[in-house]
Design a protein around this ligand. Structure first.
Ligand code: XBP
Ligand code: MG
Length: 262
């Protein structure tokens, strides 16, 4: 019998495919505004996603791709200002509804609320980005659906470090054994698994070739009754879309110790 109590969601790539048409476009607009000739193509951005966090990604790109460029003034402050401009572009884009939620996300969140499960968010992205996405794509009141929204610089080390999931578990006073995490990336899986969370992966174009060893279930999306998911690894208990009984099934399985990264 399951004692599942909470579902914890990543945002970027998991709730919505925000990276290619949201974050990437916002970065490029901020670069253009700043007079930079940087332009992140869809393919190059896929490589840059291995660096989690927008400020960290800019820092990495500056070092690797434009090492001779000397930002004016303090480098950290310059990156922070550029990133702030990117966040403004991103929230505007999201408010224009350019990025919908992924299949099954809204249904699962509503079902979880109806079932009395507790909900939380654990993400690398900036808090304003989460607010814009939830209010626009989920529901105007949906910030209240989540007991904890842990985002961005609230912890010192971003994914793949476990800090953001540890923060959520601490804030909710929950053991990882009674929770299930939802992620889309290798870095996100490492983060959740190091926090001892059973983790479901919904892959996307940027992450489908990544290593998801240690995940409870790997699927192409959460699915709907009329839109079955494809199981890429793991056992879906005969279900074709992600529902609460499947969440409970996966939580009771837990993980054999040899798959644990803790
Ligand atoms: C998401 C990210 C984020 C966004 C940019 O990772 O890496 O950095 O791309 O967000 P995850 P900011 O889904 O694993 O949390 O620019 O606001 O940092
Ligand atoms: Mg993600």
């Amino acid at each position: 019998m399951s004692n599942l109590q909470a579902l914890i969601f990543d945002v970027d790539g998991t709730l919505a495919d925000t990276e290619r048409d949201g974050h990437r476009v916002a970065f490029n607009r901020a670069f253009a505004d700043a007079g930079l000739d940087w332009d992140w193509s869809i393919a190059r951005y896929g490589e840059l996603l291995s660096v989690t966090g927008g400020k960290e990604r800019i820092q990495h790109y500056l070092t690797m791709d434009d090492p001779d460029f000397e930002p004016p003034g303090d480098r950290r402050e310059w990156i922070a200002a550029l990133h702030k401009a990117k966040t403004a572009h991103y929230t505007r884009l999201i408010q224009e509804n350019v990025v919908p939620l992924r299949p099954g996300v809204k249904r699962l969140l509503q079902d979880a609320r109806d079932a009395g499960l507790r909900l939380a968010i654990a993400t690398t992205t900036t808090p304003a980005n989460v607010t814009a996405l939830l209010q626009t794509a989920l529901a105007p009141d949906s910030l209240d659906w989540f007991e904890v929204i842990a985002a961005g610089d609230i912890v010192p080390a971003k994914k793949p470090a476990p800090d953001i999931y540890d923060y959520v578990l601490q804030a909710m006073q929950l053991d990882p054994q009674v929770c299930l995490a939802f992620e889309d990336s290798h870095a996100g899986l490492q983060s959740a698994r190091q926090a001892a969370l059973s983790t479901v992966i919904t892959v996307n174009d940027y992450t489908q070739a990544q290593d998801f060893t240690g995940a409870s279930l790997v699927i192409d999306h959460l699915g709907e009754p009329a839109l079955p998911f494809e199981v890429l690894a793991g056992e879906s208990n005969g279900t074709t879309f992600f529902d609460i009984p499947l969440a409970q099934f996966l939580q009771t399985l837990q993980h054999p110790p040899e798959l644990s990264t803790t």
